[in-house]
Design a protein around this ligand. Sequence first.
Ligand SMILES: NC(=O)C1=CN([C@@H]2O[C@H](COP(=O)(O)OP(=O)(O)OC[C@H]3O[C@@H](n4cnc5c(N)ncnc54)[C@H](OP(=O)(O)O)[C@@H]3O)[C@@H](O)[C@H]2O)C=CC1
Ligand SMILES: O=C1O[C@H](COP(=O)(O)O)[C@@H](O)[C@H](O)[C@H]1O
Length: 455
Amino acid sequence: MGGDTTLLILGASGDLTSRLLLPALGQLLTREPERRVRLLGAGIDDWTDERWAKAVRAAFRSADAEPAFDSVAETTYRTADITKASDLTELVAQATGRLALYFAVPPAIAAAACEALADVELPEGTILALEKPFGSDLAGAQALNRTVRRLVPENQVFRVDHFLGRSTTLNLLGARFANRVFEPVWSSHHVESVVIRFDEELGLEGRARYYDKAGALVDMIQSHLLQVLAFVAMEPPATLTEVDLRDATGAALRATHVWDDNAVHSSRRARYAAGTIGERELPAYVDEPGVDPSHETETLAEATFEVRTARWAGVPFTLRSGKALREATHEILIRFRPVHHLPDGFTGDEPGSVLRFMLGPDRMSLELNVNGGEDPFELSRTRLHAKLGEGALLAYGEVLSSILDGDAALAVRGDAAEECWRILTPILDAWQRGDVPLDEYPAGSEGPADWVPLG
Ligand SMILES: NC(=O)C1=CN([C@@H]2O[C@H](COP(=O)(O)OP(=O)(O)OC[C@H]3O[C@@H](n4cnc5c(N)ncnc54)[C@H](OP(=O)(O)O)[C@@H]3O)[C@@H](O)[C@H]2O)C=CC1
Ligand SMILES: O=C1O[C@H](COP(=O)(O)O)[C@@H](O)[C@H](O)[C@H]1O
């Protein structure tokens, strides 16, 4: 999308806007000052233009991008209830050039606003950017898809998943498809298991209003980690353009099922109790402000899936994410099978090689068996390390750049959003029925003591 764009952020006084969207916009405009962006903020809070401008400037400053504030063509704020068509009509009337509507609001509000947009005349080419979670279950995602498709064509709907803008996720494509050493071994013939793990040290950080209804499974696995799984598992696309890349991702997700079709044995969940992370003392999750203990919200979720294709059948893909853990471990781990036959004469018993992609700082390592120490035929382990390109932009910078350019290749397509809910429904149902116990772990630990460690 060249030319002027009006970026209208709905939910402008919220956390996502101030902490992630605006800093990323500042960074993007610093790198690409030729972009012409009018920035309109709207929200239920009664802010003035001055307060909004101050918030934008502060967010740009947090990304070392304050000077970019002067290159924003206009910065105004309107108080609006975006679930009302009348308020939306007034907001949309402010737009000049191409309009991108960014829904930085909770999912239920985004869904209600999309319903209300049916009575609003949207300018030709309007882009709708919707945050995760897309809907709150499979039926909700299907209904939301029907609603947004009545508003604009699919390639103007950006279901945002900022993990698809993360440089490691993008690097995964290069490593897989630009190196002949990997693609031939990228299958069940050589790969024993895949683990995608996103352990965080962060606790709830005041996000009870959203997180207490979502939990770790929906917050991280339903969206981000299943998208990463699709990048690991997909067939090579012919091009990296919107249709090919998203067809390949969709096909991988359509083939993905809970391991053994047994949600009870293939998933586990836990919640943090009080504990200490580094110097920081954390209360138990249930004692965090705004948490309703009757919700049984998990803060650590783990589940194993099978991608039922000729390439991957029989290989477990385990996805895990949790909060308030001992250490931030953000990685994709591909464990290779041991060699078919180790010539007699070697000593030591080393497992297969392991390829790891680490998300932020972006690195890659290959763990190999070597020999040649004091005993020349004794095997030991060594690691080859590589730094990966960090990317010029923050993940949300990639997201915003693709929205402003109108390139949906890294946005989640409607079918994929529904697939992610379909994949998780048996687990959500089993957890809802209470068939999987809600374990406990002290904040600052690696998880429940009796959980067998991953990877
Ligand atoms: N925060 C984060 O780190 C991330 C968030 N997301 C997603 O982004 C979305 C927003 O999250 P987040 O920013 O944390 O949520 P917040 O609750 O902090 O922000 C939502 C904003 O929307 C406003 N709002 C609520 N109802 C209306 C309405 N009817 N009309 C206009 N404005 C309204 C809220 O105002 P008020 O506060 O007065 O109610 C608030 O300013 C969610 O879908 C979340 O999953 C995704 C990735 C990371
Ligand atoms: O979307 C989310 O992602 C963050 C982790 O991603 P990062 O890029 O901020 O590291 C997670 O903390 C949050 O709970 C979740 O909503």
